[in-house]
Design a protein around this ligand. Sequence first.
Ligand code: GDP
Length: 437
Amino acid sequence: MSVIAVVGAQWGDEGKGRVVDYLADDADLVIRYGGGNNAGHTVVNAHGHFKLHLIPSGIFHPRTRNLLGNGVVIHPPALVGEIGELALAGFDASNLFISDRAHLVMPYHVLLDQLEERERGAAKLGTTSRGIGPAYVDKVARRGIRVVDLMEPDAFRARLDATLVHVRRQVAACLAAVRADPELESAVAEATDATAITDAYLAAAETLRVHVVDGQVVVDEALAGGERILLEGQLGTMRDIDWGVYPYVTSSSPIPGGASIGAGLPAVAIDQVLGVAKAYTTAVGSGPLPTELDDATGEALRERGMEYGTSTGRARRCGWYDAVAVRFSVRLAGYSSIALTKLDVLDGFEAIRVGVAYRDPLDDREWGTVPASASVYERLVPVYEDLPGWQADTTACRTWEALPQAARAYVERLEELAGVPISHISVGPERAQMIVR
Ligand code: GDP
């Protein structure tokens, strides 16, 4: 292996952090290439149970360097907080690097995220309200502030002053909502106070300074040295800004094309793409989810899978595995193979369903792919195939042969539907609970 991208093949929360933690044993460099601290990667290993939001999941391997790539958006005080939490657990983060080209999440981004969601009312997107979307908007609108600016106090102040003019105009547009809510009024004052922001961010800069690098140089040296690099995705294909179910999408590209841009390496340098898919489906936030189960089975998946958001604690929407969505992701991402996670969550089910196609109740037409229109997608219903469950504990299985026959048949059927091999099967959150075929 030299460069492997680990990419979410569904709606996010597939267990990418767990897979990266597993693979990082062999990696020299792990790079997060998109998103911000809206991500929540849960890693359970010999050192404990960790919830990572920004820091790459290779941080627990002292020999592995970890880079927050240029494609990530960074909330400096949140990152300082995360570094502090790791320090309490005995990790000094000296193996953490931050690209100087990464953009910053500012307090007004968090505010705007909340104001915009409020304005959307019933049509809200279900964002994590961490300011990630507005930070990417500023990046594209060319008024973003980057890590490199944070390292130069005068440049930082100048860029902040210029941006605040625009932010105040945006906030003024939501004035009615602001006036109606005294709490919001003080939040606005706080999030647009140039002096308070400068003090907090420049203080964070002093902690972060030792970690800041030209990310491209780090990546280039690693490539030249034949080092093993892991690219860690956040969210999944179905939330990709271009390919996800628009507008219920994130503001960056979780697919491997986004990895090349957000990590700072040539697309052709990626040797392998490992798709991570859960053995069933979950999603946080709004938008169509054809195989969602709003019943006792959905509840059972949620409870057995402990499907509550790492970042927000929100209950995840749960349903059967959607083979159409994963196949769509395979076509976009070109997976070399798939890591199937949480197979153990299905252990107790008598029968298991797999969505193998969609049907449009309006004209009875069958769909084998994901439509561009969210309203069309909303009305599609899944066509299911039923498979027998195995009703046996798989959490102690460490080999393919040790899995119950029905579990192997289930994996083989998913493999057939995806059209690529399933190379890894995870049967528990711990590092060792992984079957490699
Ligand atoms: P990520 O954002 O893709 O890294 O996924 P999350 O960390 O948000 O969600 C995955 C959750 O499932 C975490 O709580 C993991 O500890 C847990 N997990 C990962 N793989 C397995 C598995 O095979 N079985 C079980 N039971 N839990 C798992």
